[in-house]
Ligand binder design. Structure first.
Ligand code: PBE
Length: 294
C-alpha cells in the first residue's frame, strides 16, 4: 500500500514538473511558434485561397508557412476559440462580413498587394439574356447597393434566414426598388437562374435580386457553386445571371479564362476587401513582420 502511494506521488511530482516546463516554454514562445507558422484558410475553391497561396510565395518570410484548407464555418470556429482564450490566430478574412462587428479584428498590411486592395463585386449575365428577357435584364443591370446594405441582410440572416432577411431589405428599400423597376414590364413567370457562390455575401445579394425579380413577376432560382463553376455556368448559358464575381483580383483567374463568353454589367457593389486578418490584441501589423520558418 505504502509503495503504491509513493508511486502515485512521484507520478504527480513528475507531472507537475512537466507542466511547469511546458508553461515556461509556452510563455517564451514567439507569436509565430504559437501559430505553428499556420494561417487558417477557408474553402479550397475560393478566390481567397488562391490569393493566400500567392501571398505565401510572394513574401519570402512566408515561403515555409502553412495555409490550412477548411470551410468558412471551420475558420470562424477557430477564430472564436482563439478569442475565448486570447490566443494568436491569422485567418483569411473579408469584408463585408459580420466577423468584424462581432470581434475586434484588423487586416495585416500587405505592401505587395498579394491579396488585392479594394475590390468590387460585379454582375455578369449569359450571352443572349438581354435579348431573351429584356425586362429582367434591365432590373438586373440597375441593381447596385452599398456594403452597409449587404451587411444589413447578412446580419439579419443570422437570426432568421436569407429569404426573410432579403424580403425585409426589399420592403425597407421600396423606393430604390421602384427606381430599378420603373418602366419595366412585369414578367409572366419566366424562369431566371441565378448562379451564386457559397458565402454569406453572395447569399445576401442573390436572395435580394431573387426577391425583386419575383416581386416583378419572374420565377427566380438560386444555385450556389464554387467560383470556377459559377463563371463556367454563365459562360455556357447554363445559368442566366450572377452577382458573385469579386474583381479585379479575387476571381481574376476565372474571369480571364471566360471573359469572352459572358457579358459583364459592371459593379453591383464597391468597397469589398480581403486579406490576412488577426485579432486587434495581437502585436503585429504587417505580413512583412512575420518571422520566417527556418
Ligand atoms: N469570399 C467571399 C469569396 C467570394 C466571396 C471572399 C470568401 C472568395 O471567392 O474568396
Amino acid at each position: 500500500m505504502h509503495f503504491k502511494k509513493m508511486g502515485l506521488f512521484s507520478v504527480a511530482v513528475t507531472g507537475l514538473l512537466l507542466v511547469g516546463c511546458n508553461s515556461q516554454e509556452e510563455s517564451s514562445a514567439t507569436i509565430e511558434e504559437k501559430l505553428n507558422y499556420t494561417i487558417n484558410g477557408i474553402e479550397p475553391g475560393s478566390g481567397t485561397m488562391e490569393l493566400a497561396n500567392n501571398a505565401l510565395q510572394d513574401y519570402e518570410n512566408l515561403n515555409n508557412w502553412n495555409l490550412t484548407e477548411s470551410s468558412t464555418a471551420g475558420m470562424l470556429g477557430e477564430l472564436d476559440k482563439a478569442f475565448k482564450n486570447e490566443e494568436p490566430i491569422i485567418i483569411t478574412g473579408w469584408n463585408p462580413h459580420w466577423m468584424f462587428a462581432k470581434y475586434d479584428l484588423k487586416y495585416l498590411e500587405d505592401p505587395k498587394k498579394s491579396l488585392g486592395e479594394i475590390e468590387n463585386i460585379n454582375t455578369i449575365v449569359r450571352k443572349g439574356f438581354k435579348e431573351d428577357l429584356p425586362n429582367a435584364y434591365t432590373i438586373v443591370d440597375r441593381f447596385y447597393w452599398e456594403p452597409e446594405d449587404m451587411e444589413t441582410v447578412m446580419t439579419d440572416a443570422q437570426n432568421s434566414d436569407f429569404s426573410d432577411a432579403a424580403n425585409k431589405w426589399v420592403e425597407e428599400n421600396s423606393e430604390t426598388i421602384a427606381e430599378w423597376t420603373s418602366g419595366v414590364e412585369k414578367g409572366n413567370g419566366e424562369k431566371i437562374s441565378i448562379i451564386s457562390t457559397p458565402w454569406d455575401t453572395e447569399d445576401a445579394s442573390s436572395h435580394v435580386i431573387e426577391a425583386i425579380l419575383e416581386q416583378h413577376g419572374f420565377e427566380a432560382e438560386i444555385t450556389p457553386v464554387d467560383p470556377a463553376i459559377m463563371f463556367q455556368a454563365i459562360s455556357t448559358g447554363n445559368g442566366d445571371i450572377s452577382l458573385a464575381p469579386w474583381l479585379p483580383i479575387t476571381h481574376e483567374s476565372f474571369y480571364e479564362k471566360h471573359k469572352d463568353d459572358f457579358i459583364d454589367l459592371g459593379e453591383n457593389l464597391k468597397g469589398a476587401r480581403l486579406g490576412f486578418v488577426v485579432p486587434a490584441y495581437m502585436d503585429i501589423d504587417s505580413i512583412e513582420d512575420l518571422a520566417a520558418k527556418e
